[in-house]
Design a protein around this ligand. Structure first.
Ligand code: C2O
Ligand code: CU
Ligand code: CU
Length: 470
């Protein structure tokens, strides 16, 4: 949590973590945590200063994934922080409240640094009554011009961090009996697929709550695995947010798919007998070798126990809802019909084709010295992202929240119709997205931003391009 002046320290270092009982695993983390980092909270419109120290023995960076930031603050591979070095990064968030995350982005080493534990959640809150600046002329709104949700919505949604508003960072790992973390499996096209799932860094995570309604902020922080998340009870997940903020209205789904780096916010009800968030069979599209991309594996992600479930006084009765334990059901939250106002995406403007094949985009590997495209701020663009392979990729763009126009001609399902910064690109499909970059007046750094596949092995292998915004 930044102090009153918006300053906070973030120090990457090394440690050991016990994922398996009595077995120490060498891991990395931030601020003394041996694996992962603290959840950072920022407020729209409030300047922050991150004092980043690299206490590891490799160069690193901190990238604020999903945040609209000037290039000098973006934490890309062109601007590494050397071992022992401290760097201060400053910017002012300006976009609607959202569940974002931070992770290193060093050249060709993102996968291994994230795999060891360098990642954390970044929650962006809306300052009360924040009104975005208006854009003049024929320019189109980027997420920087999107209004904040109303105070009524923010108050009605669960927002007690760690109480009824929980971060859920989902990662899979390959870990030996001796506790060694392994890199990617060579038979897998997509990169590392592990059989051990850690949630918030813990194997077999259980959360006990006295609440009936929880807001889960789901982040797929995995290297390559996509998850199809659902409740074991068959009860629906009520999706309220995507990568870049709240949806126009809640959407009930049986399961939600998250590819690496994607986020979703969901509401769940916790009955007396508890409920378990599971992953099974994500919808990966038409994939030839389903198993090689981890499609068929079933995992327990998070067990939610209700504190009143066992009836400690022997009555076995449920804990009645009162002021101290919050609303008894999602319906009792009294959510307004509209969560967020989203402008209709613009289907027009500069067209760009992004072809994903092998480990290349448009037939080229990443070149640190090449700028692949130059965009103009506040101009509408339509990017067609085409996966020509028979295996999955996904696609992420820095410094923007975009909207999906269609997936091979079909409109996106409602839970994917909000702000996104990362999309799953099914095999042999085209995803068209509406993109508009914000302006950062103070940025004279000339550093580029990146777009890339967020399967981390692909990204490190050069499935990445550079752009600047003028
Ligand atoms: Cu999660 Cu280039 O980033
Ligand atoms: Cu990013
Ligand atoms: Cu890829």
């Amino acid at each position: 949590e930044p102090d009153a002046d918006g300053r906070f320290a973030l120090t990457a270092g090394r440690g050991t973590t016990e994922f398996l009982p009595d077995v120490a695993t060498d891991t990395w983390g931030y601020n003394g945590q041996t694996y992962l980092g603290p959840t950072i909270r920022m407020q729209r419109g409030r300047p922050i200063e991150a004092v980043i120290t690299n206490d590891t023995d490799e160069e690193t960076t901190v990238h604020w994934h999903g945040m609209l930031v000037p290039a000098h603050a973006d934490g890309g591979p062109h601007d590494p922080i050397q071992p022992g070095e401290t760097r201060t990064v400053a910017f002012t968030p300006d976009q609607p409240a959202a569940t974002l995350w931070y992770h290193p982005h060093p050249h060709e080493a993102t996968a291994q640094q994230v795999r060891r534990g360098l990642a954390g959640m970044l929650i962006l809150d809306d300052a009360d009554g924040h009104t975005p600046g208006t854009v003049s002329g024929d320019s189109v709104p980027s997420a920087a011009e999107a209004p904040s949700p109303s105070a009524e919505v923010l108050a009605a949604l669960p927002h007690g961090y760690g109480v009824d508003d929980l971060p859920v960072v989902i990662q899979d790992m390959r870990i030996t009996e001796d506790g060694e973390l392994l890199g990617h499996n060579f038979n897998s096209e997509v990169g590392l697929l592990g059989r051990t799932v850690v949630t918030n860094g813990v194997v077999g995570a259980v959360h006990t709550t006295d609440r009936r309604v929880l807001r889960l902020r789901l982040l797929n922080g995995s290297q390559a695995r996509s998850y199809g998340l659902r409740l074991d009870s068959g009860a629906p997940l009520t999706v309220i947010g995507s990568d870049g903020g709240l949806l126009p209205e809640p959407v009930e789904v049986e399961s939600i798919s998250l590819s690496p780096a994607e986020r979703a916010e969901v509401l769940v009800e916790v009955p007396d007998e508890g409920v378990t968030l599971m992953s099974s069979e994500p919808d990966l599209g038409n994939v030839a070798d389903y198993e090689a991309v981890g499609g068929e594996d079933e995992f327990t992600i998070l067990r939610l126990e209700h504190a009143g479930g066992g009836g400690a006084d022997g009555s076995g009765g449920s804990v009645s809802a009162d002021d101290s334990t919050g609303p008894a059901s999602i319906a009792d939250l009294g959510l307004p019909a509209q969560l967020a106002a989203l402008p209709a995406p613009t289907d027009g403007g500069q067209e760009r084709q992004m072809t994903l094949r092998g480990r290349q985009i448009n037939g080229r590997s990443m070149d640190m010295g090449r700028i692949d495209l130059v965009s103009s701020s506040h101009q509408p663009e339509v990017w067609q992202v085409s996966n020509l392979d028979s295996s999955p990729h996904n696609f992420h763009i820095h410094n923007v929240q975009f909207r999906i126009l269609d997936i091979s001609g079909d409109p996106p399902p409602p839970e994917m119709a909000g702000w996104k910064d990362t999309i799953y690109t099914p095999p042999q499909r085209d995803v068209r997205i509406a993109v508009a970059f914000p302006a950062h007046e103070d940025d004279h750094s000339q550093l580029p931003y990146m777009y890339h596949c967020h399967l981390m092995l692909h990204e490190d292998d050069g499935m990445m391009g550079h752009f600047t915004v003028d």
